[in-house]
Ligand binder design. Structure first.
Ligand code: BDR
Ligand code: CA
Length: 316
């Protein structure tokens, strides 16, 4: 079965690799469009970076829409210290041919969902949840059209990566995240507990580079840059490849293991703003709203990614 998906993202090197994985997976996924949001870098750059990835993968017909530049009620926090000034440091920036659609991303999401069959579209957010939260708030009737929301964000055992309590995507717009997590549709959540298991080691990057095609080269370049900051921060052997976990789960869910839980978002406390309270042991009577992914076969994940990137051509 081919799933219809919309990827809502803030590229970001790992968002960019998630887009490549989607482009390479036509058999499983029908990518209806890409919506960009302000996050890792400002919106002018995230929408440009998304269009660059369409160019690199020769998918220039993909509709790319720019959405919300700033979070629902707070100023934008960006993450240039991790992703570099362009958001995709590690490759050279160019002006893409893939056009930017005129329609605002929130209007695209609402229109596409309202026109769809019930429970037929999966939303794949890999950035702050501003576009998705705004769409739900503005037109709650879209919820019946959502099959699942498969998102990257949050943390439990790993703690936060931007504050001691919070993961970046949820921290940037906790108010939008609160709307999404209370929306009533099934959520599959890739938090840091699982994404910190898929490390872009030098050997894994070398295998991708050896594929010798433009998409693999771009991936290797971006991941090499991405690895610098995170290997120092976590003293690990490579950077966690957060966002592609969402696509990998859609393509090969057997690589992952998870548990149904309640997850609630902290929107008030200055100290723990953006914390995801994961009721892993079911110690409250709050309703199940999330399938919380906690582990992954990391070698299997990189085999899948490498095999899919090989589809763009090159050496063997
Ligand atoms: C998330 O934040 C961003 O820096 C990455 O693109 C990923 O979506 C990880 O916390
Ligand atoms: Ca992201």
């Amino acid at each position: 079965m081919t799933r219809k998906i919309i990827i809502d993202c803030d590229p970001g090197q790992d968002d960019a690799v998630a887009l490549f994985l989607a482009f390479a997976s036509d058999g499983e996924l029908d990518l209806l469009g890409i919506t960009a949001v302000g996050g890792n870098v400002p919106l002018e750059l995230t929408q440009r970076n998304a269009r660059m990835m369409c160019d690199i993968a020769n998918r220039k017909e993909t509709p790319v829409h720019a959405g919300c530049a700033t979070p629902t009620v707070r100023p934008l926090r960006t993450a240039e210290m991790i992703h570099g000034r362009t958001g995709i440091n590690g490759i050279d920036v160019f002006e893409p041919e893939t056009p930017l659609q005129e329609q605002h991303a929130v209007d695209f999401i609402i229109r596409t969902l309202l026109d769809a069959d019930d429970a037929s579209i999966t939303l794949v957010p890999t950035g702050p949840l501003t576009n998705i939260g705004t769409a739900i708030d503005r037109e709650p009737a879209i919820l019946g059209k959502v099959e699942q929301i498969v998102l990257m964000g949050g943390a439990m055992r790993e703690g936060g990566n931007r504050t001691p309590s919070a993961e970046f995507n949820i921290l940037v717009d906790p108010d939008a995240a609160d709307i999404v997590f209370r929306c009533g549709r099934p959520i599959v959540q890739m938090g840091l507990d699982v994404t910190h298991q898929v490390l872009s080691t030098r050997e894994r990057i070398e295998r991708i580079k050896a594929l010798d095609n433009p998409v693999a080269d771009a991936t290797a370049g971006m991941l090499s840059f991405f690895a610098r900051y995170d290997t120092e921060k976590y003293t690990s052997k490579g950077a966690p490849l957060h966002d592609p976990c969402t696509l990998a789960w859609l393509i090969e869910p057997g690589l992952f293991a998870g548990k149904d839980c309640n997850v609630a978002i902290e929107t008030q406390s200055d100290l723990t703003l953006g914390h995801t309270a994961v009721d892993f042991w079911h110690v409250t009577d709050r309703p199940i709203n999330v399938h919380w992914i906690h582990s992954v076969d990391a070698d299997g994940f990189y085999e899948l990614l490498t095999a899919r990137l090989a589809r763009f051509g090159g050496s063997d």
